[in-house]
Design a protein around this ligand. Structure first.
Ligand code: CAA
Length: 241
């Protein structure tokens, strides 16, 4: 059996591509998901990858979920914090619920998932944490004050934790995807996408989930052992950080 990797939000969108790419590299993958049973079952049937349901915004659920993955598959050596949601709305209309949901999933979710695997990685002197942030955490995006704040927080989390992990063989890196062809991006109003977003991407197209998955595979590999605390920008030239 290969190294065990957990991918949060691992049954759809970028996460599904990451789960499949890690499996193809020989990892034993646990794909976490929060709500969409139908998509998770279809993903499991298609790929043979084990799926586990819990909500990354709950610390207790993450602890219990990780315990069940470890009992079934073994100690977690790679963690890809990919799960994320949007509640896009201009700030003057944003509710505390819309703020809280995004912060709790997209930022606190990193604490909730990483804290329970951290001590084991320290003890074994090996670990790979890859956090999926966003271009909008780097540049900010109107209509996404909640999301941009959480995703910028993910980068700070990455840089601080990388300093703690360096001495014990754990790397912590972030990837900032631009606009990738997933349901999340397809949910943007078509007119907004075509008129206000696509023209800003020099490469002239949305990215593909696989183009992010390949970066995760690299950062998880032994070959990337000297890369830690870094932010890999993958956005078709839309923003240079
Ligand atoms: N900068 C400044 N002002 C802007 C703006 C911008 N980029 N975009 C819109 N506005 C202004 C509009 O001009 C408008 O002003 P007026 O009322 O004075 O005319 C006002 O804000 C409202 O704009 P909309 O008509 O678009 O308002 P809406 O309520 O229908 O929609 C919205 C608001 C849902 C936020 C919509 O604008 C939207 O979807 N924007 C795109 C947000 C976005 O990029 N989300 C990314 C999702 S994908 C993702 O998150 C993955 C990832 O990591 C990249």
């Amino acid at each position: 059996m290969g190294k065990v990797a957990i991918v949060t939000g691992g049954t759809r969108g970028i996460g599904a591509a990451v789960s499949k790419a890690l499996k193809a590299e020989g990892y034993t993958v646990a794909a976490n998901y929060a709500g969409n049973d139908e998509a998770a079952e279809a993903f499991k049937a298609e790929t043979g990858i084990a799926v586990f349901k819990w909500d990354v915004s709950s610390y207790e659920s993450c602890e219990a979920g990780i315990r069940s993955v470890e009992a079934e598959l073994g100690p977690v050596e790679v963690l890809v914090n990919n799960a994320g949601i949007t509640r896009d709305v201009m700030f003057h209309k944003m509710t505390p619920e819309q703020w809280g949901a995004v912060i709790n999933t997209n930022l606190t979710g990193l604490f909730n998932m990483t804290r329970p695997v951290w001590e084991g990685m320290r003890a074994r002197k090996f670990g790979r944490i890859v956090n999926i942030s966003s271009i909008n955490g780097q540049k900010g995006q109107a209509g996404q004050v909640n999301y941009s704040a959480a995703k910028a927080g993910d980068v700070g989390f990455t840089k601080a934790l990388a300093q703690e992990g360096a001495r014990v063989g754990i790397t912590v890196n972030a990837i900032c995807p631009g606009y990738i062809a997933t349901e999340m991006v397809r949910a943007i109003d078509e007119k907004v996408l075509n008129e206000r977003i696509l023209p800003l991407i020099p490469v002239g197209r949305l990215g593909e989930p696989d183009e992010i998955a390949r970066c995760v595979v690299f950062l998880a590999s032994d070959a990337a052992g000297y890369i830690t605390g870094s932010t890999l920008t993958v956005n078709g030239g839309q923003y240079f950080h």
